[in-house]
Write a new protein. Sequence first.
Length: 358
Amino acid sequence: MEEQGKAQWARILATSLIALSLCALLLRFFGSGAQAANGKIDETKPGATYSRVFSVFNTECRVTLYDCPQLAGDEFFRELISEMGRLHSTLNVFSADSEISKVNASASSEDVVCSPLLWDVLMASKSAWQESEGLFDVTVGPLLKLWGFHAKRSTWPTEQEITAAKAQIGFDKLKLDESRRSVRFGVDGMRLDFGGIAKGYALGVAIDIAKRHGLKSYLIDLGGNIYCTERAGGRKGFRIGVRSPDGGLCGTIAVADRCIASSGNYERFRVIGGRKVGHLMNPLTGLPCSAESDWAGVTVVVGDPTLSDVYSTTVFVGGLETARKLNASGSGRPAFVMVRNNGKIEIVGDVAFSDAVD
């Protein structure tokens, strides 16, 4: 089974197309490479590539190094896999043994001291909550539970249930002690969920590792949160395909030395009472975005990896005016490609989008 998976990845490389199922992206890179059957570099061929596929946060990740000596690649991947494992064991809300799950289990009744890693992510989440004016909120956990993403639900929540869940949400309800790096929930039933920031944060960690190892030409794809260097495989840049509501492509974005991320309800959803419910929630209304939004997907291009994750979620929740506001005042001047359910495309900011997909 492992060799079959590697062979399939080699075929994907040969066609220069990567399907990114989680965030509804397709990636086409410019440049060629020689991928050995065992996943190591074939040093006998020009433009050698070195790729690894692994899992973090329960999603498939792919990293490809171009023109990289095998020793350097081995050392990079050794540190990368170790750090991704540490992030997973800290931030994965679906693991009972993770640090965040232990915080969720105890912080209603006592102060919980966080590891430096968890605290750093919590502080990044605080900044995101402030900048988004509450549209991005990692305390959204009670809504995900209410809408059937932690346990199956067959009936539409009542207004009373939605109101009760909203009362448990709000980053300002957290009691934070910076001197001790401790957190306590100000309201019983609160629950942290870093699903909207974890992969972006992890992408930043991966980029830092690549830089420490002196790597110059690579692509990092953590389940649809992507960074690509300016040059790879001897040519400049990558082209990202943006998914249309019908499952095809509605266009492409040229990207080099930038991060790109998408948010949408294409794949993570539940069906409650015959109605499709997406996993992206509006913490201000208590409703899933699929019940009140016309957006099929939002793609952001920005320099900061953590913010790529945050901004795509924020704009999917907040819509076109939020995109315009972030483009004008957000860190790194993020640009957005927004796709409506009817396929109409809205572009905000300076982004190299083309509706040609051939």
